[in-house]
Design a protein around this ligand. Structure first.
Ligand SMILES: C[S@@+](CC[C@H](N)C(=O)[O-])C[C@H]1O[C@@H](n2cnc3c(N)ncnc32)[C@H](O)[C@@H]1O
Length: 636
């Protein structure tokens, strides 16, 4: 798409700024008609869509603000029209006809037949008709007066509208999703249809964006549950919700419609400018800088960031690139920094992702926060929980967000287990075993150097993942007993490579286990028992291996566990046990972490992992190591 961040706006064509209070329906629309019809060049304007548009722009520049799509954003859609060549195009929300003139003309030039402009306000609709007539576009543009959902139903029932090749959504924000689902339901929007939505990011339309970006599986799950459009819109400000209320009354959404969950949307965000010169959409896109260019950056963070449209990989800090390992070569166009100090002074950086060695997390995170950046820290958050608390305080002071990449909260088998526990299938849980075992009896320095300066891999690496999962499900334990040591031959006990951590709860014990000596055909992952059932699961989540093999979020099968790896659910009825394979849920995938962060940055949700939660986990790891060193059970 042509208009990306960095493009400039031609100030000469700027409309007058949008006023804080009333900005439409105060007589300006009729005044616009008089302005156009009494224009000195009316003779040349007649019959010319471009001429009428020019006159409308002149009014917006010299008289009053108009909520038109404008020249810049308009270009994105006219280019789309030239590409898609729609036979039939529909716009929801016509206002004074700017988009109808611009796009109706483009549809005609691309060989299309019909442009429907749906406008709820009859006075605005009359303005559109008048300008369309003046521009000589009456043969192609039809203005339909009424609320979009009623109009769509009527056009469909009359057989006038059979398919929508291209749809432009620019009306009542909460109706974007309900009207899209209505069009899916009536099979007006079907495979091959293209939908362009204005203001999806700014001022924002989270329900719509979430829907078009959801997987078919997720949509189907909701559909099967009977989820319909909410009659009362959520996720919008009152100003947006009530925008047209005073004149038009309450907007009625077609709440009975469930849509077609089987459609797959390819979703793209495009940055541009409002006709006033205010950037549209760009303001909420965040430049990300990654500190460190090792496995974690390459395998996890970079592909996941690339999957979230609100983020742009902007810079990578790599201290010493090598001929065969050079971030700048691997990512042309991304800024390369040799030092984090230099990077944090770059005002373009919005979010810093810290993937360097764990012992450096504290200092680098502190520095980034103090330079006004939001920070996502790779796990383990810090070495000590005092450090973690200090970072939380610094983030608060600077009003920045801080989160920790505890990605295993989005392991598909963990989400499956969470479901089983939440819906009480297992009854009252009495024992949890969570394992991260492998058979690697030889020391492999490549894997472990990263953790050596904070005491080996066991507690801080695998321990933090698994403890975080347990705490996410059950909260903080009351006491802790641990054995953390070395299983590999010839290692001193302080070279921790394995751990058994017992987390004591009221009436429940959780065992967190990481072993490096575990000769098995298939490794145990979870064994969770309750008074109604038990869940046993082998194998690890597939995402890490898939990412390492080059598979990317959005690729077919990403995150999906093969059926022969699914877990077993055993339940008891009348004292008799029976077992069945229990399907692993379809994954939210690790992208959920960055999607959550984007939402939190937009003020539309909580952080995906709260730093306080990650700090509590570090505290448990510290206690576990202390318990192991002293041979005692410790209170938490
Ligand atoms: C942002 S303006 C449209 C601007 C227009 N597309 C352009 O670029 O020239 C939004 C319009 O949607 C109309 N509208 C709001 N809710 C509507 C609904 N449910 N059905 C049809 N039109 C609606 C408003 O009356 C307003 O004129």
């Amino acid at each position: 798409m042509p208009h990306m961040k960095g493009d400039t706006f031609d100030k000469q064509k700027a409309y007058v700024p949008k006023p804080e209070g009333v900005f439409f329906d105060d007589g300006r629309e009729i005044e616009l008609l008089h302005f156009v019809y009494s224009h000195p060049s009316i003779a040349e304007i007649r019959g010319s869509p471009t001429g009428v548009l020019k006159a409308v722009d002149e009014y917006g520049r010299t008289k009053n603000y108009l909520m038109n799509v404008g020249d810049d954003k308009g270009k994105i859609v006219t280019e789309l029209i030239a590409e898609v060549k729609p036979g039939t195009m529909v716009e929801l929300g016509g206002y004074v006809g700017y988009s109808a003139l611009l796009f109706g003309d483009a549809v005609r030039r691309a060989g299309g037949k019909r442009y429907f402009s749906l406008e709820r306000n009859p006075e605005f609709a009359a303005v559109i008709m008048s300008l369309v007539d003046l521009a000589g576009l009456s043969d192609i543009v039809r203005v339909i007066v009424g609320s979009s959902s009623d109009a769509i139903k009527r056009l469909h029932a009359a057989g006038t509208l059979k398919v929508i090749d291209l749809m432009f959504l620019d009306h009542y924000k909460p109706a974007y999703l309900s009207d899209l689902k209505l069009c899916e339901h009536l099979e007006l929007v079907k495979p091959g249809s293209v939908v362009a939505a204005d203001n999806a990011i700014e001022p924002g339309n989270p329900p719509y964006l979430e829907y078009v970006r959801s997987s078919v599986e997720k949509k189907r799950e909701r559909y099967d549950k009977g989820e319909r459009n909410g009659a009362s819109p959520s996720g919008f400000t009152d100003r947006t919700k009530n925008q047209y209320r005073s004149r038009e009354g309450e907007e009625k959404l077609s709440a009975e419609i469930k849509g077609n969950p089987n459609l797959i949307y390819e979703s793209k965000l495009v940055n541009s400018f409002e006709p006033t010169g205010v950037p549209s959409m760009t303001s909420k896109s965040h430049n990300v800088a990654i500190i460190g260019y090792g496995l974690s950056a390459k395998v996890f963070h970079i592909p996941l960031i690339a999957a979230v449209p609100e983020f742009k990989l902007y810079a990578i800090v790599q201290r010493s690139p090598k001929a065969n390992d050079d971030a700048e070569k691997d990512h042309p166009g991304v800024k390369g920094y040799r030092s984090s100090e230099e990077m944090v002074n770059d005002p373009e950086v919005d979010v810093v992702v810290v993937t360097s060695t764990p012992s450096s997390h504290f200092e680098l995170t502190k520095m980034a926060l103090e330079h006004g950046k939001h920070v996502a820290v790779e796990k383990p958050f810090t070495h000590t929980h005092q450090e973690a608390e200090e970072l939380i305080a610094i983030a608060k002071k600077h009003q920045r967000l801080i989160t920790v990449y505890q990605n295993r909260r989005w392991d598909s088998d963990f989400l499956t287990l969470s479901e089983l526990i939440k819906n009480k299938t297992l009854g009252r849980v009495t024992e949890v075993e969570t394992h991260f075992d492998r058979h690697s009896p030889k020391v492999s320095p490549g894997r472990e150097w990263k953790m050596q300066d904070i005491g080996g891999t066991a507690g801080y690496d695998l321990g933090t993942h698994m403890t975080d999962q347990v705490v996410t499900l059950f909260g903080m334990p009351k006491r802790i007993t641990a054995f953390i040591g070395a299983q590999r031959e010839g290692r001193s006990a302080s070279d921790e490579d394995s751990c058994t951590i017992l987390l004591h709860y009221e009436g429940m014990m959780a065992t967190v286990k990481a072993s490096v000596i575990s000769p098995e055909v298939k490794q145990l992952r979870y064994w969770v028992r309750g008074d109604k059932g038990s869940f046993k699961k082998f194998y690890l989540d597939v995402q890490e291996d898939q990412l390492k093999a080059g598979k990317r979020p959005g690729d077919t099968g990403f995150g999906v566990e093969p059926e022969d790896r699914h877990g077993t659910l055993t339940t008891i009825e009348d004292g008799k046990a029976s077992s069945e394979t229990f399907p692993t849920v379809k994954p939210a995938t690790y992208v959920a972490f960055y999607n959550g962060l984007a939402k939190a940055l937009a003020g539309q949700g909580e952080l995906p992992v709260k730093a306080e939660e990650a700090s509590a986990v570090i505290r448990l790891i510290e206690l576990a190591r202390q318990s192991s060193q002293t041979g005692r059970t410790l209170d938490v």
